[in-house]
Design a binder for this molecule. Structure first.
Ligand SMILES: [Zn+2]
Length: 166
């Protein structure tokens, strides 16, 4: 199942990546159908981003001083790309962020995002992690590079590397 808002956001990706993302949703369906979750896009900038949107994300946890950017709060950092000197693959429509979302109980509403948890202490959190990992297995098979496999993990992030996009 795919939310109409997610379908619209996927259309901002380059066609090659969008088509693979659509396949990912298709493959995630049998995994998630028996669960209270669906595959979804968190926030408004989970697919294509403008330079301004990337800069806004860059500023999280950082502060601009006369000497340049300094980190104020490492826990608030969400990206290593400032959008200009170092661009994100979100800016070229090659990347998307994915997460599980709880199915809405009220028709017409959307449920909340349920993030993967680095230290799961409840069965519910362990189950979310397990399901998210299963989705990532499918993503890797479709050629996505997964941010969780990077030395500095970016867990919701998946992208098709430059040399594969046609
Ligand atoms: Zn991302």
């Amino acid at each position: 199942m795919m939310l109409p808002r997610d379908r619209k956001m996927l259309d901002t990706l380059v066609p090659f990546v969008r088509d693979r993302a659509l396949l990912l949703w298709e493959r995630a369906t049998p995994i998630l159908d028996p669960t209270p979750y669906l595959l979804s896009l968190p926030g408004q900038v989970a697919c294509l981003r403008t330079v301004a949107q990337q800069q806004e994300l860059w500023a999280k946890g950082r502060r601009l001083t006369p000497q340049g950017w300094v980190v104020d709060d490492p826990t608030a950092i969400v990206t290593r790309c400032d959008g200009i000197h170092r661009k994100s693959n979100h800016q070229t429509g090659q990347a998307l962020d994915i997460a599980l979302r709880r199915r809405a109980e009220v028709p017409g509403r959307i449920g909340e995002i349920v993030w993967w948890c680095s230290r799961p202490v409840t069965d519910g959190a362990r189950e979310v992690n397990r399901l998210f990992e299963l989705v990532l297995v499918e993503a890797r098979m479709l050629g996505f590079s997964c941010g969780c496999d990077w030395s500095r993990p970016d867990r919701p992030h998946i992208e098709i590397p430059d040399d594969i996009v046609i």
